[in-house]
Design a protein around this ligand. Structure first.
Ligand SMILES: *[C@@H]1O[C@H](CO)[C@@H](O)[C@H](O)[C@H]1NC(C)=O
Ligand SMILES: *[C@@H]1O[C@H](CO)[C@@H](O)[C@H](O)[C@H]1NC(C)=O
Length: 141
């Protein structure tokens, strides 16, 4: 029982730590408005689907727990991709990379939610198309 409580406290403290850290190092903030969803926010604010989820671990995987007035961080300083492409019907990683003038490997390195054969991108998803590899700290996610 004590071990369980200890583990829960450690987990809670870790959660608070990661949020506080994200807010401290935040490059861009955004306040959720009525009707917003993750893809709409990402497309309007030039933040990739992957980055928005990475920086805001409190958002659930279906993005159905946003609330009006919630403050999101859109990118961590030094790990903030602001060059993006919104996936359209018919897009492939090759076509997106070609249009952005980058390699598919750079595209994949900046969108770690996309599988290596690029079969899991969806219309409306926002991809980072930066021409450099963003040094995402994925261990803190
Ligand atoms: C998003 O990027 C486009 C293209 O670079 C730019 O025109 C637009 O102002 C950017 N929007 C925001 C909110 O940064
Ligand atoms: C990379 O993109 C930036 C900003 O979009 C641009 O200024 C720079 O020239 C590009 N670098 C290369 C090597 O294409």
């Amino acid at each position: 029982m004590l071990a369980f409580i200890h583990a829960a406290l450690v987990a809670a403290a870790a959660g608070i730590y990661s949020v506080a850290r994200a807010q401290t190092d935040c490059d861009r903030f955004f306040t959720v408005q009525a009707g917003d969803d993750c893809n709409a926010i990402s497309a309007a604010q030039n933040v990739s689907t992957f980055q928005l989820a990475l920086v805001n671990p409190q958002i659930d995987p279906l993005c159905d727990n946003l609330f009006v007035g919630e403050q999101l961080c859109l990118g961590i300083t030094g790990q903030d991709c602001e060059t993006v492409h919104v996936v359209q019907a018919g897009d492939s990683c090759t076509s997106i990379a070609d249009a952005a003038g980058i390699s598919v490997s750079t595209l994949l390195s900046n969108n770690l939610n996309v599988n290596p054969i690029c079969t899991n991108i969806g219309i409306g998803e926002v991809l980072c198309t930066a021409n450099v590899t963003i040094p995402y700290d994925v261990t803190s996610a």
